[in-house]
Design a protein around this ligand. Sequence first.
Ligand SMILES: [Zn+2]
Length: 294
Amino acid sequence: MDGQTEFAPGQRLMQFLIAIVMGAVAIGFFAIKGCQSGPFGRKQIVEMSDTEQVDLGKQAYQEVLSDPKSKVVDRGKIVIAVKEVTDRLVAATKNPEFLRMVKIPERKYEWDVRVLDSREVNAFCLPGGKMVVYTGILPVCKTDAGLATVMGHELSHALGQHGAERMSQAKLAQIGVAAAGAGFGGSQGDKERVMTILNAGAKFGITSYGRTHETEADHMGLLLMATAGYDPAETVKFWERMKAQSKGSSQPEFLSTHPSHETRIRDLTGWIPDAMPLYRASKNTDRPKVLPLE
Ligand SMILES: [Zn+2]
């Protein structure tokens, strides 16, 4: 659930984020903080603080919301339903047992969500906690638990600092670019061409990260939705619906780096027993509620 059409910022937004990182590199922000312990103890390189991620996410959020094509839905039953799901998930991000299982500290993010009226089957959470849900994904979600599956996954990309990690990856590449640029006596045009080529290379490197991040977000998202009181078994039903919906349609190329629906469903099924104690300990264990769609 990431890439150009499904549940994630589009390519234009990713280019925008990378452009901001390139700006940071240009003003001399070269510090490499090295390896940290990421989700589930995985080693990761993140060169941005929570505050820097919040600031970056806010800029990107403004970029998305101020786009003339973005139709923000600001009232109605669906906005209330979406907010209820994201509020419960955000509260769950502070749960000590969830944090202990995922092996991450509590994040100092500024959470917010907007619903955009669009046929796109999409949703995302930017670094620092700003979320967007497109109405096109809601029929596939069908229930609040289905939406919690999607948003649990998306919040987990932010909690796992996946965006910041990908940008740190790009920044490492950009250090090379800056060094090459410094010794580059040619015209501005030549320099820009080199920058373009190397940036394309960095982007290629970024996409190869997709699979690890997707699987990690599935795992964390399952634990998060269970902590928020959504039945983790509903996640499998959601992915069965996604599988049925995407059958026969042409697959976007980005999906090639992502887990197949079968792998995803198998992995999630294997993690459900770990998620059940979190679900049982939560205060909300109502049956899934059908989303109020027109
Ligand atoms: Zn994803």
